[in-house]
Unconditional design. Structure first.
Length: 139
């Protein structure tokens, strides 16, 4: 399955601001990044790095004033991974240890503030794939 991703962010900064970005997807065994563009305006000095999980990051200092970033990519995924209607819900106590870090709250997103919103987004969707699909459509 082909996916096109786009992310645009604009800021009005009163002072030069250090940023750590993680907007770029990575190629791997489940997806291939066929085309990618990443634009920053104005263009600061950028240092790229890969975190311990293999995610791509960029460190930079955005200048004061208007700052705009845009990322777009065309991604080829395995159809069975990207879309599996009817995939069952796995109770938390049955999840493998390797996925538990992804369930932890983030200091950047106060997840407890989104409980009601999450319920509204998934509505009456069946637990499992249908809930994931409802969230993906909302995003």
């Amino acid at each position: 399955m082909w996916l096109r991703t786009t992310c645009e962010l604009s800021f009005e900064l009163t002072t030069p601001t250090p940023l750590i970005l993680m907007l770029r997807p990575r190629s791997g065994r489940h997806q291939w990044i066929a085309r990618e563009s990443f634009e920053l305006d104005p263009m600061p000095t950028v240092a790229e790095y890969t975190d311990p999980l293999g995610n791509l990051g960029q460190r930079l200092v955005a200048p004061a004033g208007s700052f705009h970033m845009r990322h777009q990519s065309d991604v080829r995924t395995r159809p069975t991974l990207a879309h599996t209607p009817g995939a069952r819900f796995v109770p938390p106590e049955q999840l493998p240890d390797s996925v538990l870090p992804f369930l932890l709250p983030s200091r950047y997103c106060e997840s407890e503030q989104f409980v009601q919103m999450a319920g509204e987004i998934v509505g009456a969707a069946e637990p499992g794939f249908d809930q994931v699909w409802a969230i993906a459509n909302w995003v």
